[in-house]
Design a protein around this ligand. Structure first.
Ligand SMILES: CCCCC/C=C\C/C=C\C/C=C\C/C=C\CCCC(=O)SCCNC(=O)CCNC(=O)[C@H](O)C(C)(C)COP(=O)(O)OP(=O)(O)OC[C@H]1O[C@@H](n2cnc3c(N)ncnc32)[C@H](O)[C@@H]1OP(=O)(O)O
Length: 174
């Protein structure tokens, strides 16, 4: 699979799902042990994603000591997992359950332990089952982007993909 991709110039029609949370409201957990959002995930990120306007979402994550990679700064894999969670939840705004196909991250500035990361994400296009999503992160000043990510998520049939675990996964629907 290619290591880079371009977003299609023309998207399939998209509309906000009628049951998507209102702007400012959180998406429900997709299950309580999810490493990204689950309340009961040991060592989880505990990220909550909120619906924004249109096809946009926001999220916040406190950068805790256990997330350290280089001395005093976040580990790149932890940041990537946080982007995966934020980006992967965002297609629910159009009512589409997905899994990650391809995710790329640009690490632009060191992110200190003890800060709060603010994420802004949006679905930018859909092409058949592929959903193109991008996001940025900042530390409080939206003009100072510290990291950004873009991804292709692939629409799935929850029952087919998760088998007997589909019931808990289906909680992810908006
Ligand atoms: C495991 C944790 C999952 C958690 C998600 C839970 C519930 C999901 C519901 C809602 C989501 C809610 C919240 C989500 C929150 C966080 C998100 C975390 C998400 C993850 O962390 S999830 C774990 C990592 N993820 C995987 O575990 C995927 C493993 N993988 C597969 O299961 C298959 O590989 C699959 C299904 C991806 C495709 O398989 P398939 O056979 O169904 O589809 P097919 O190959 O026909 O491709 C159809 C079209 O997608 C294009 N395409 C395919 N693969 C691509 C790739 N890699 N890059 C770019 N494009 C790709 C093709 O090129 C074609 O495009 P075209 O239409 O242009 O031909």
């Amino acid at each position: 699979m290619s290591t880079s991709f371009s977003i299609p110039d023309v998207s399939d029609p998209m509309s906000r799902h009628p049951k998507a949370p209102a702007p400012g409201e959180p998406f429900r957990l997709h299950h309580n042990l999810c490493h990204g959002c689950g309340d009961d995930a040991p060592g989880g990120l505990h990220v909550t994603v909120y619906a924004g306007e249109g096809f946009a979402t926001t999220a916040e994550m406190t950068v805790e000591k256990w997330m350290m990679g280089g001395p005093g700064v976040i580990h790149g894999g932890v940041l990537t997992a946080a982007f995966d969670e934020v980006l992967g939840t965002t297609p629910l705004i159009i009512g589409t359950p997905v899994v990650t196909g391809h995710l790329q991250v640009d690490f632009r500035k060191p992110i200190p332990i003890g800060t709060t990361l603010h994420f802004n994400a949006e679905v930018v296009a859909k092409e058949r089952r592929k959903v193109f999503v991008r996001a940025t992160a900042h530390l409080g000043d939206p003009t100072e982007i510290v990291a950004s990510a873009s991804a292709i998520f692939i629409e799935i049939d929850l029952k087919e993909h998760f088998g007997k675990y589909a019931d808990s996964a289906s909680l992810s629907r908006p």
